[in-house]
Design a protein around this ligand. Sequence first.
Ligand SMILES: [Zn+2]
Length: 206
Amino acid sequence: MDIDSYNHHSFARWLEEWFKDTPCCLCGEIHEVKIHQFVDRNISPDNSRVLIVIRIICNSNFKKREETGEKLQYTITMLPGFLIPHSRVPLPDIYKAMDEYLSGRETIQQEAALIMNCQSRHSFRLYYGRFCKFASKWLSFLSTVFPEIIEKEIVVEIGGKWKQIKKILKGLTVGTMEGLSDSSGLCRRFEYAHTILSGYKMGLGP
Ligand SMILES: [Zn+2]
């Protein structure tokens, strides 16, 4: 799902389909997932752009909570892959900034921040710091999920790790992404991989 063609109605339909054979992220069971609420969400650092995201309800946890009084979470916001929890910077902008900064050009952090539409280099440093923290884990995780496309060489330098991650992403063949041109295709693959990594608590969110 890309940021310009995103539409919350089709995302809602997609989620309903998705949860037909995917366990609910709140109770772990497969059951029908209902839309609880549409929520406005700022998706730009200066609050100039708003999208509608979806909060789903898990009736199973809701019922259990009513019956037992246990404080179970029963609603959760579902974000499309280009958004990060608690972040106003869309993932494609972070990808572009990171790529520019780590690809050996003489980009300084302030310039990278501007690519993300942020005024302060600290905004870039926040995501960059998280990336540095997870880069090795991402590589070893991706190498277990996609063993056929992993680089065997272990790189220490952070720019080298970014390069390896991009190489792995290039090898990913995921349905509709195959026809996408190189740079936008890579960014979409990055979103896809990031969604999986977030599920394992290795995302770029807090
Ligand atoms: Zn559930």
